[in-house]
Design a protein around this ligand. Structure first.
Ligand code: SF4
Ligand code: SF4
Length: 111
């Protein structure tokens, strides 16, 4: 293929027919504070694992809401579960429990 000097990124458009909402529904049911996340990124800026990896909790939460299972699993595997993000969140999202529930949903649905 001819090299034009750029690459085409995967489409980020949400296809509701393909969106797997199992993790999102499970987390919303058991930790409703995920609903008040405003994607400000404060958690990402203070993340302990973010110093060593490219973990991005803001992106992780968005992936859950989008129903992107592959992205969700890739991101959550980098979390050290330290809970620092919980202290930093200006909205009071219980991020530690959100992460715990995402992990539980992945296990429950064998994703
Ligand atoms: S700090 Fe809180 S509101 Fe901001 S992106 Fe993280 S979880 Fe969402
Ligand atoms: S619990 Fe995970 S996402 Fe939150 S600050 Fe710690 S390593 Fe980062």
């Amino acid at each position: 293929m001819k090299n034009f000097g750029y690459s085409i990124n995967k489409d980020r458009q949400i296809d509701l027919d393909k969106s797997d909402q199992r993790i999102a529904l499970f987390v919303k049911q058991h930790e409703p504070s995920i609903n008040i996340c405003i994607s400000c990124g404060t958690c990402t800026a203070t993340c302990s694992a973010g110093n060593y990896t490219n973990l991005n909790l803001r992106k992780l939460i968005l992936s859950v809401k989008r129903g992107d299972i592959i992205e969700t699993k890739a991101e959550i595997s980098k979390c050290m579960f330290c809970g620092k993000c919980l202290l930093a969140c200006p909205r009071g999202v219980n991020t530690r429990n959100v992460i715990l529930k995402i992990n539980q949903a992945i296990e429950k649905f064998s994703l």
